[in-house]
Design a protein around this ligand. Structure first.
Ligand code: R5P
Length: 292
């Protein structure tokens, strides 16, 4: 693997534990103004300090994230169908690699729709995107999308989709957690991270999902709604992160969440230090120290 590609991947999947916490906020690309993501800037800013990377479209990146904030960006570059269209699988690459480089993307993400009407197009898009990514040292995240067919989420289907993504050259795969998830991970030669999916009934359910996925070998999460649709999103991302990077058990993570949610909301937001000229300090110059 080329140095640049390896280096970019290490900004997403940390080399010290081979895991990562990606915050997903790309939902608007087919769902429009998703609940609690209506004002992306407001949703994203308080969570940035706790995410290892941020997954989103160039539109939300440019309008709603401060360019001075040094977070690795996983740029969604596929799209073309909305939730009200007939077929969600009808996606193409919509963002050029030039523009991805212009916004300093660390990785590129696209959806593949294995078994759906546009399977062929989405897989060819993956192959082409890997070709471009390899050229510039940018890793590709393949998202095994199921459209509206959520019942497809079992180990047989997801294992097939993840393996195909890796065979096409994806450097990282995002899929759903399912029973026997270790089979999905074991048959995929690149790191697998999980999506959270629609908001679960309780935060405890989402923490359990995270824990089970990590135990089964997932390299982390690319989670959205189960974090920012929580009434306590900062507490939630911190608890998820503690499971991913500190191996907290579900009960410990729940206790952490319950403690953190009581803290005042004035949590540190993603406000980068203002870029000002460095102040000149009077240095003890060699001139002063040297004999006259
Ligand atoms: C769906 O394909 C979107 O790309 C989301 O990024 C993905 O589903 C993860 O978000 P959530 O945890 O809300 O499912």
């Amino acid at each position: 693997m080329d140095w640049g590609l390896k280096n970019r991947l290490a900004r997403i999947i940390k080399s010290y534990d081979r895991r990562g916490v990606m915050l997903a906020v790309d939902h608007g690309y087919f769902l429009g103004p998703t609940e609690r993501l209506e004002d992306p800037q407001k949703t994203i800013a308080p969570l940035l300090p706790y995410a290892d990377s941020l997954m989103l479209t160039r539109g939300v990146l440019r309008t709603s994230v401060d360019a001075n904030y040094p977070i690795p960006v996983v740029l969604r570059v596929s799209g073309g169908a909305s939730i009200i269209s007939k077929d969600l699988s009808n996606e193409k690459i919509t963002t050029s690699i030039k523009d991805a480089i212009r916004v300093n993307a660390t990785a590129l993400a696209l959806s593949i729709f294995v078994g759906a009407s546009y399977e062929h197009e989405s897989l060819v898009s993956l192959g082409n995107l890997v070709n471009e990514g390899e050229e510039y040292g940018i890793p590709i995240l393949a998202v095994t999308a199921v459209g509206k067919e959520l019942e497809k989420r079992d180990a047989r289907y997801l294992g097939l989709a993840c393996r195909i993504a890796a065979e096409f050259g994806a450097h990282l795969v995002k899929t759903y957690y399912c029973e026997n998830f270790e089979k999905v991970v074991d048959s995929c030669p690149v790191p697998v991270i999980i999506a959270g999916g629609p908001k679960l009934a309780t935060e405890l359910d989402a923490l359990k999902l995270t824990y089970d996925a990590i135990q089964a070998g997932a390299a982390g999460v690319d989670m959205g709604r189960n974090i920012w649709q929580s009434d306590h999103p900062v507490a939630m991302i911190k608890a998820v992160k503690a499971i991913v990077h500190q191996n907290l058990k579900v009960k410990e993570a729940q206790e952490l969440f319950n403690k953190l949610k009581l803290e005042p909301k004035s949590d540190k937001s993603a406000k980068p230090a203002k870029l000002t000229k460095p102040t000149k300090t009077k240095s003890k110059s060699t001139k002063a120290a040297s004999p006259a």
